[in-house]
Ligand binder design. Structure first.
Ligand SMILES: [Mg+2]
Length: 118
């Protein structure tokens, strides 16, 4: 499984990468904003899963989500919004915009496994 981890926080990416790694997933790409994420996505297809932060400079998570979902090339890419407890109310908007699911961050490997249906 190839995963694209998108978050502007290097620390958060490091934590999440470790968590994902414990599931045996080692093919992990990283991006620090939505624009970089789009470029990485295009260059590395097929990507199976995008774990997407909300608040980022240059291009935020919801803009990335809407842009990716407008492109048929990415229709099979699973996108999970990584949201903080305080942002939970925005989840509906993300699901309406094409997110497959959401997860509260920082997530545990078990929580991610459940969201992925593994
Ligand atoms: Mg952020």
């Amino acid at each position: 499984m190839k995963v694209l981890l998108v978050d502007d926080s290097v620390t958060m990416r490091r934590i999440q990468k470790t968590q994902i790694g414990t599931l045996g997933i080692t093919d992990i790409l990283e991006a620090g904003d939505g624009q970089e994420a789009l470029e990485k996505l295009k260059a590395n297809m097929p990507v199976d899963l995008v774990l997407l932060d909300w608040n980022m400079p240059v291009m935020d998570g919801i803009t990335f989500l809407k842009t990716a979902r407008a492109d048929a090339a990415f229709k099979d890419v699973k996108i999970i919004m990584c949201t903080s407890e305080s942002e939970k109310s925005r989840v509906v908007e993300a699901l309406k915009s094409g997110a497959n699911n959401y997860i509260i961050k920082p997530f545990t490997p078990e929580a991610l496994k459940e969201k992925l249906g593994l």
